[in-house]
Each structure stands twice: as C-alpha cells, then as structure tokens.
Design a protein around this ligand. Structure first.
Ligand SMILES: [Zn+2]
Length: 88
C-alpha cells in the first residue's frame, strides 16, 4: 500500500519533523534572509514551527543564525510573530 505523505522538514527550535505547511520557511537569497511563503524559493532554507514557543526558542538559541551563518534581521522575526497573530 502506498501512503502519500507531505515532505517533512525539521524545526530548528524543537528539532522535530513536521509537514512543511506546519512550519515557516526562511530562505536566504542574495545574502538576505526572508520569509518564504511559497516554500519554493531557491536558496538555503530553514524551518520553524508556526507557534510562539518554537519561535522564542529559535530566537533565544539563535538557531537561524547558525543555519544561515548570518544574523536574521529583526524585521523578519517580527514578521513571523505577526504571521502567527494573523493565523489565529
Ligand atoms: Zn518546533
């Protein structure tokens, strides 16, 4: 039997695997890190759960900075929190 499954991606905060639509994707394009709402942008990506707990951990541990080898702009992080609010 074939089970159809969405691709799983790992959250940088809790290190668990989730279907990608449960996660935010950040992508580094031309040395800029931004939110990739399409999940399709070319470039190095990192994922975090769409919940405040994981965002907080990712911020605190600077998990994105490690993934991208550079600091993620505050606006980008703020934007993620705003997206969370909108999802509600
Ligand atoms: Zn998580």
């Amino acid at each position: 039997m074939v089970t159809k499954q969405l691709p799983l991606r790992k959250c940088v905060a809790c290190n668990n695997m989730f279907e990608k639509d449960k996660l935010f994707r950040l992508v580094k394009i031309n040395e800029m890190v931004c939110l990739d709402k399409t999940y399709k942008a070319q470039g190095r990506g990192a994922y975090v759960c769409k919940n405040k707990a994981c965002l907080d951990i990712a911020l605190k541990k600077k998990s994105f900075n490690r993934s991208f080898r550079q600091a993620v702009p505050t606006e980008v992080i703020d934007n993620l929190y705003m997206e969370l609010e909108n999802d509600r």
